[in-house]
Design a binder for this molecule. Structure first.
Ligand SMILES: [Zn+2]
Length: 864
């Protein structure tokens, strides 16, 4: 029980205007005719709407969602019998009630609405987006913002068909879910009117409109026309995306038993976009940096990002758009699935990209969040728009995907595919729940998926599997015990999971898999008695593993040869988590980490660097820090000598990525003056028009240069960010501004956050760079507090609030913790309420760890 968290939640709840915005039911939409006249100059629109509905029982009132809608006329009924309705709007509930004099009979009827609205600047609903030269009108409706563009039954279960007509300026185009069926001049001489084909049955949050001078690259796959669209200056940066989209469509058409069902696919890069991308049916909208890049210079990680995000959004065309969760409490059925699925086409196209390591890293993100007391189950009750928004977190995405991977690995990929396709066939154009999914999987596999999944979906937290060994009858007797794992050792709430555990022993070709469904379980692996086993083969299980020191010592010499990359990653991260939880000592972790110096897979080494960075930043100071830096040099020097600072012509993608990790480690952890000087020189050359930085290491090099940089470098970064047309390059320069250690430059960098130069979509991510920098963290907190009126509207876009609040989890002292707590008590962010609890818990964990382990680290370093 944590009174503090409960008290705080209650405060936030009271200040939130909206409690339950669910519709009363009794009336359901069948079809919407929607006509918009878009006025970019005055940033507004007019709407004419007809909704064909089915009424369950006679009534004189219909309640639907509407927000910031200026009603002009509402009529209910068809033809001569239509009657005028009075409108009562409830801004808190985000609804409008239409009341008529004579009862509406049960059965089919029509609702006619004429209304107006503003193209807002909040990046939600129907909103305005601007470049230096002109304006665009764009929609973003997920989760609950279709109601800002047209009155509607704005819940995912109310599926209907939508037919759109758009009247826009001559010279502009409109993109929507359907194909264009006609385009005619008028009604005014300066306008033209585009009519779109009706959509299949879908949820209101998937309706999409984009208006402006977008220009597109055309392609096709499997007879489906595909376009990648952007502002005219950026059209040619869509080539990687077009090639990716074609490859992904082919892959999905062969994976799914239902071929791509929506006729065409448009993908649009929008200048202002709060989320990364949005899977609107057949009209996916994007922030530019996640879709566009120069096909001549983009590094592998940019290509991978574009391919992976597109694969995610395109997976949603099936998971989300074709079959939709019944209610937002099952949003993981959309997001967990799309996250899990997206890796498949990426891996199929690029076997050398170590996608399995990315998956293991995704698991780690989920495990880290899920080990907090302030976590939540995947399936979670949500009612308000703020609660729904906050459900888009690592539990929904990464834990959802991790749990699916575990079950896929357990039943076999082909069986899993059959279950997935049975589920899609049954619920196509409809809605489904978690239960529907695990029933389909159990039926397809004949395995107890119905018992496994609920323990991971309906219950919060991470299982910890402790492993012990004994020799028995020539084989190895393995005893597994499960309990719930918390970072904060003060918590010991029980948890019981039904989980497949796969154990790998030296010399065995196949792991031995068993179900762990009791508190403990013993089984015998065949063959000779093993001195060690690895109890998460392939790192496919969603759990942490604890070995005794003795077992770890037996395993350590074999880590590099007998464990796969994903297993090495999960081993080092589990050890670090056990240190964080006070179960193992930091000394054991440092000993294990020292053995990873020659790790050749960048994703694995990244995790080692992450753990060591924490030790560097929080558990050392003064003389101990110098010792730590000398230790870091011994770990990374050989790798650095091997890959070097400068890229070679024939370097593969992973070698380039490895170089970025090693250069960062040498600069930041070993404080190598030569590496930092080389970074500064390379940055200076590139920024003054000399040879461009190698794109794989550019981000690391710029941040290293900035970490000891001066005003000349700062000015050059600002100018280059402004000049860059390639989004990747722009953000690399912009975000390096958060890495300076000079207080005057930190202040200048922060000031930029309040200027119109920094788009709302980027504000929280930009500020997060300063919170990630130990030299800037405190100043950044004061800055946010002092400039809140200017920052709040920029941060309160989708995902901005949670990004900012989680970035504050880098503090490690009681004063900052109390400051953050009291600041957000006075300035609540309702869509980041749980995130705030998690941030405060992280800070508390860090404070406790620092007290407990600083001396141990000092001793280990002195005796090394
Ligand atoms: Zn998604």
């Amino acid at each position: 029980m944590r009174l503090r968290a409960l008290t705080f939640l209650a405060l936030v709840f009271l200040s939130s205007p909206a409690s339950a915005q669910r519709l009363p039911g009794g009336v359901a939409p069948d079809h919407y005719d929607l006509a918009f006249v878009v006025d970019l100059v005055h940033e507004r629109f007019d709407g004419t709407e007809t909704i064909r509905v089915t009424v369950a029982a006679p009534t004189t009132r219909i309640v639907l969602h509407a927000l910031d809608i200026d009603f002009r006329e509402v009529k209910i009924g068809a033809g001569a019998t239509a009657q005028k309705a009075t409108v009562t709007s409830d801004a808190a509930a985000q609804t409008a009630t239409f009341t008529v004099a004579r009862p509406i009979a049960a059965g089919k009827t029509e609702i006619h609405v004429r209304y107006g609205g503003t193209l807002n600047s909040q990046l939600r609903g129907f909103y305005i987006s601007k470049t230096k030269v002109r304006k665009y009108a764009v929609t973003q409706f997920e989760s609950t913002d279709a109601r800002r563009a047209f009155p509607c039954f704005d819940e995912p279960a109310y599926k209907a068909t939508f037919a759109l007509t758009l009247t826009i300026d001559r010279g502009d185009i409109a993109i929507s879910n359907g194909k264009v069926v006609s385009d005619a001049p008028g009604p005014a001489p300066t306008q033209h009117t585009m009519v779109f084909a009706p959509t299949p049955k879908m949820s209101s949050y998937l309706v999409a409109i984009a208006v402006g001078d977008f220009t597109c690259l055309d392609g096709a796959a499997e007879a489906v026309p595909i376009r990648i669209c952007a502002t005219p200056d950026k059209r040619d940066l869509g080539r990687i995306a077009l090639e990716s989209a074609q490859q992904i469509l082919k892959f999905y058409n062969s994976y799914y038993s239902i071929k791509y069902p929506f006729g065409k696919l448009d993908v649009v890069a929008v200048p202002d976009f709060a989320a990364g991308a949005m899977e609107n049916t057949a009209a996916i909208f994007y922030r530019e940096t996640d879709l566009l890049a120069d096909s001549k210079s983009a590094p592998a990680d940019t290509r991978k990002k574009i391919l992976a995000i597109l694969a995610h959004e395109m997976a949603h065309q099936w998971f989300g758009d074709l079959v939709t969760m019944q209610w937002w409490d099952d949003i993981w059925l959309n997001e967990g699935f799309a996250t899990w699925m997206a890796n498949k086409p990426v891996d199929a196209g690029h076997r050398d990209w170590n996608v399995d390591v990315d998956e293991a890293e995704e698991n780690q993100q989920a495990l880290a969040l899920d080990s907090l007391n302030a976590t939540r189950p995947i399936h979670v009750d949500v009612e308000t728009p703020a609660q729904i928004d906050e459900a888009f977190d690592a539990i929904t995405y990464q834990k959802g995907a991790a749990v699916l991977r575990m079950v896929e690995s357990f039943v076999g990929a082909e069986t899993f595919r059959k279950g997935v396709n049975a589920y899609l066939q049954t619920h196509a154009y409809g809605n489904a729940t978690s239960e529907d999914f695990w029933k389909a999987l159990s039926a397809a596999s004949g395995k107890p998926v119905e018992r496994i999944l609920p323990t991971f979906v309906n219950q919060p937290g991470v299982p910890l599997v402790s492993v012990s060994l004994a020799c028995a009858g020539g084989g190895t007797s393995v005893t597994l015990r499960q309990e719930r794992f918390f970072v904060d050792a003060g918590h010991n709430e029980a948890g019981r999971w039904q989980m497949p555990v796969c154990v790998k022993a030296p010399g065995q070709s196949q792991p031995a898999c068993d179900m762990l469904d009791d508190a403990s379980h013993t089984f015998t692996t065949p063959g000779t008695c093993s001195p060690w086993v690895f109890a998460n083969a392939g790192a496919r299980g969603y759990y942490r593993t604890a070995y005794s020191s003795e077992l770890l010592r037996a395993m350590a010499p074999h880590v590099g040869t007998d464990l796969t990359a994903t297993e090495r990653l999960s081993l080092i991260d589990d050890e670090w988590a056990l240190v964080r939880a006070g179960r193992h000592g930091a000394a054991d972790y440092l000993t294990l980490a020292a053995g990873y110096g020659r790790e050749h897979v960048s994703g694995v080494l990244d995790e080692v660097v992450r753990g060591l960075s924490f030790v560097h930043d929080y558990l050392t100071s003064g003389e101990t820090r110098s010792r730590f830096e000398a230790f870091a040099r011994t770990v990374f020097q050989a790798g650095y000598d091997e890959v070097g600072f400068t890229a070679a012509r024939d370097d593969g993608d992973d070698r380039k990525a490895l170089r970025a990790t090693v250069v960062g480690a040498m600069g930041n952890l070993a404080h190598d003056a030569d590496v930092t000087a080389r970074a500064r020189a390379a940055a200076d050359r590139a920024l003054s028009g000399g040879p461009a930085l190698d794109s794989a290491t550019a981000g690391v090099v710029l941040r290293l240069a900035a970490s000891h940089g001066d005003a000349r470098l700062f000015d050059a970064l600002v100018a280059s960010a402004d000049r860059a047309s390639d989004p990747d390059e722009h953000y690399r320069y912009l975000y390096a501004l958060g890495a300076f250690d000079d207080p005057a430059l930190i202040a200048r960098g922060l000031e930029l956050a309040t200027t119109p130069q920094l788009r709302s979509q980027d504000a929280a991510i930009y500020l997060a760079q300063f919170f990630a920098n130990p030299d800037a963290r405190s100043t950044a907190l004061s800055f946010v507090a002092d400039h809140w009126p200017a920052l709040e509207p920029k941060v309160k876009v989708f995902g901005g609030d949670t990004t900012l609040v989680s970035a504050m989890g880098g503090f490690c002292d009681p004063a900052s913790r109390d400051r953050i707590k009291s600041f957000f008590a006075a300035h609540p962010l309702p869509a980041a309420a749980r995130t705030l609890d998690q941030t405060l818990e992280r800070i508390d964990n860090c404070i406790a760890l620092r007290e407990k382990q600083t001396a141990t680290v000092g001793t280990w370093l002195a005796n090394r």
